[in-house]
Each structure stands twice: as structure tokens, then as C-alpha cells.
Write a protein that binds this ligand. Structure first.
Ligand code: ADP
Length: 194
């Protein structure tokens, strides 16, 4: 099964992708996690991405499309995957369609998590506080200024994907304001029994 989780920063894509991947034996592909790992490892991609990620802007399509096409080609992705944080632009969506088409496969569904904008800042503040409480390091972009930029990038670049996938008949929209377990149950309901 090949799925996309779509929604603004703080919508719960990462949380849902992780638990869904476990429940269904799928691979979670988070471009945000992959880019953060590249920054940490100091690779060339990491060096290119670091400043733009910190400010809340989008890394270039070329870089993220490259990362995803390499990753999808690995054998563990053959059974299926959940994309979380990709695609984020129409160009990325078109590249993904081409990539899947060239492998003779298609997307099963795009799950959109709808969340009130007013809830996003408090969710991101909570994530930062939870990380500190667990002794971890706060993400460089989990602050009010970067969130503003991330939200603008979402509305400008990513939200058109809602229409793009609706037109493809792939879009399934869920209430991302519901408790985590409820959202997870709704996702299972719409995907049907594994
Ligand atoms: P969020 O919590 O905003 O969903 P992510 O962990 O998915 O955050 O991504 C963090 C940052 O990584 C983004 O703000 C962006 O700079 C970069 N990034 C991740 N995925 C992409 C992508 N598909 N295209 C461009 N930039 C990306």
C-alpha cells in the first residue's frame, strides 16, 4: 500500500505515519527526518538544507525528489510506504506520479489531516516542551517565527495538493483535531482491513 499523509506543520502526520507504519508493516518515509539526519551527519545535502529548514522555508524540489526517488528504489519499500512531508509542492507531486508510474504502481490514497491553524502553534510548543522534558534537543524550526514561515510555505506551495489529489480521486480528509487514537482508528476505517 502506498499512502501520503498531507497536512500543515503540526497536523500530526509524523505521529500517525509512525503508528500506521507499525500497524500495517509499511515503511515510513519522512523527508523532514531524512533531511534532519543529513544535517546531523553533515552531508552535502545537509549543508545545503540546514539554513532553509531552520528558517521554516522549503528545501529545493531537486534535493527532496532525489532523496525520495533513491529511497523508494530500496527493496524494503517494495511492500509499500507512507510518505510524510512529501510531496510538498505540485512539482514534487508530479515527480512522484512519474516515479510510481515508471515502476508500474500507483498511490492508494492521500490522507489529509485537517487542523485549525490556531491549534498549530500550541501543538508545536508542546512538542518542544515534551522533547526538553525527555532530555532531547528541540528542532531548530519548532519556534513561533519559523512556524509562521512554515505555515506560509504550506498555504502557498502545499495546500494546492489537496485539489490535485481530489481531482485524482485519491483524497480522503479526516479531522486532525480529534485525539490521536481516534484519528488512528479513522485511518484504519478508511483503509479497510489489512
Ligand atoms: P513539519 O512538522 O513542518 O511537517 P517536517 O519534519 O516534515 O516538518 O519538515 C521540516 C522541514 O524540512 C520543512 O520545513 C522543510 O524545510 C524541509 N522539508 C521536509 N520535507 C520537504 C519537502 N518535501 N520539500 C521541501 N522541503 C522539505
Amino acid at each position: 500500500m502506498k499512502l501520503i499523509l498531507l497536512g500543515p506543520p503540526g497536523a500530526g502526520k509524523g505521529t500517525q505515519a509512525e503508528s500506521l507504519a507499525k500497524r500495517r508493516g509499511l515503511i515510513q518515509l519522512s523527508t523532514g527526518d531524512m533531511l534532519r539526519a543529513a544535517v546531523k551527519a553533515g552531508t552535502e545535502i545537509g549543508r545545503k538544507a540546514e539554513a532553509v529548514m531552520k528558517s521554516g522555508g522549503l528545501v529545493s524540489d531537486e534535493i527532496v525528489i532525489g532523496i525520495i526517488s533513491d529511497r523508494i528504489a530500496e527493496p524494503d519499500c517494495a511492500n509499500g510506504f507512507i510518505l510524510d512531508g512529501f510531496p510538498r509542492t505540485l512539482k514534487q507531486a508530479a515527480a512522484l506520479d512519474e516515479l510510481l508510474d515508471s515502476k508500474g504502481t500507483i498511490l492508494d490514497a492521500v490522507i489529509e489531516l485537517r487542523v485549525d491553524d490556531s491549534a498549530l502553534l500550541s501543538r508545536i510548543e508542546k512538542r518542544a516542551a515534551d522533547t526538553v522534558a525527555a532530555g532531547g534537543t528541540i528542532r531548530a524550526d519548532d519556534n513561533a517565527d519559523a512556524l509562521k514561515t512554515r505555515l506560509m510555505a504550506y498555504y502557498r506551495e502545499t495546500s494546492p495538493l489537496v485539489g490535485y489529489y481530489f481531482a485524482q480521486g485519491k483524497l480522503r480528509t479526516l479531522d486532525g483535531m480529534a485525539p490521536i487514537e481516534t484519528v488512528a482508528a479513522k485511518i484504519d476505517e478508511l483503509l479497510g482491513t489489512p
